[in-house]
Each structure stands twice: as C-alpha cells, then as structure tokens.
Design a protein around this ligand. Structure first.
Ligand code: ATP
Ligand code: MG
Length: 179
C-alpha cells in the first residue's frame, strides 16, 4: 500500500510524567517535514506565551494551533463551571468539524481527556469523534488519565512515567522547556 493510502493512526500520550504535549509537538514537526498539514487543538488555554504558539507563523501555512478552553479548572463557581463546560463542548464541536473537513493529515487534540474528567463531555462523545475520523488521518491525543475505552481504540499508547521532575525540587517552569 502506498503511503498516501495508509491508514491513519490513533495515538495517545498519557501518564503523569512530563512529555505528552512535547511528544505530540515533536510528531507535528516530523509530519510537517513530510509536507503534511497539521493542526493542534489545545483544550486547555494556558496563561503563558507558549513556544509552540509563537512558532505558528514561523512554521508556515501547513501548521495551525488553536487554544480553545478557558484555562485550568480549580475552585470554580457554578456559573464559571457552566462557562467552562460550554467552552469544552464548543471545542469538541470544532474538533469534529476539523476532523470531518479532511483538510489535515494530522490532528492533535491536546489535553482532551480533561473535559471528560470534569464531566464537560463524555467518553462516548470522544469515542464518536474518533470513530468519525477520515481513513488516512493521524489523530494524536494527549492528557493525563486516558480512559480505558480510548486506550482500547488507540493504535499506539505511551504512558509517560515520572521518575524525576524539577518541580519536585521547587524549580519553576522554564521557558523553552515547559512553555
Ligand atoms: P509537556 O507539555 O511539558 O510535554 P505534559 O504535556 O506531559 O508536559 P501536562 O500534564 O500537560 O504535561 O502538564 C502541563 C505542565 O505540567 C507542563 O509544564 C509539565 O512540565 C508539567 N508537568 C508534567 N509532569 C509533571 C509532574 N510529574 N509533576 C509536576 N509537573 C509536571
Ligand atoms: Mg500537556
């Protein structure tokens, strides 16, 4: 089978150790090098100027990255929770549109399990999305606590295992390493 007709894979990076988003971005770089169109959808908006966002223009028209969530969820009021839920549902809807558009060879859903953990959408919603993927699309999922059903459906699953992390020594997030 020629490369063009090869089946796209579902690939999941999970676990508590560092490297899930970095692995996905590394794969994006590789795919770009092969002339593929890649989009990264980040389900949680961080509060920083992430290097990967700053790279969007430099990487050219085949690379897109969008932040869609509202930020980390902690101690939210009921009203804020509802807003986060709406943002997560919209993000999933946009992901469905993008996946269905057949414009990309690789779609990365970064921190996508977070919405399930907080009850913003269900595992079934995500499974439905995965099952709708075009045949040759590579779909990359990242996030802690990948649900078992997603693991079963994935072709590749890597669990990042923490052995050491500088945070544990009180070293704060480093530019170029964490963001
Ligand atoms: P990265 O984006 O650096 O590849 P990640 O995607 O594996 O990390 P996330 O679960 O998305 O990790 O966590 C986001 C942030 O938390 C990152 O800045 C990361 O460095 C940090 N982090 C990851 N693992 C740990 C850990 N075991 N302890 C503390 N902080 C961590
Ligand atoms: Mg991450």
């Amino acid at each position: 089978m020629s490369e063009k007709n090869a089946r796209g894979l579902i690939m999941t990076f999970t676990g508590n150790g560092k490297g899930k988003t970095t692995a996905a971005l590394g794969m994006a770089l590789r795919a770009l090098g092969q002339g593929m169109r890649v989009i990264v959808l980040q389900f949680i908006k961080g509060g920083r100027e992430y290097g990967e966002l700053l790279m969007e223009e430099k990487l050219g028209p085949n690379f897109e990255i969008r932040q869609m969530g509202l930020g980390f969820v902690r101690n939210l009021s009921e009203q804020q929770k509802e807003q986060h839920k709406q943002a997560a549902i919209e993000a999933l809807g946009l992901a469905a549109q993008i996946i269905g558009s057949d414009k990309y060879r690789m779609v990365i859903l970064d921190e996508v399990f977070y919405g399930i953990k907080y009850g913003f959408f269900t595992i079934s919603d995500l499974l439905e999305l995965l099952r709708s993927k075009p045949y040759d699309l590579h779909l990359v999922l990242t996030g802690r606590d990948a649900p078992e059903e997603i693991i079963v459906l994935s072709d590749l699953v890597t669990e990042m295992k923490e052995i050491k992390h500088p945070y544990k020594q009180g070293i704060v997030a480093q530019k170029g390493v964490e963001f």
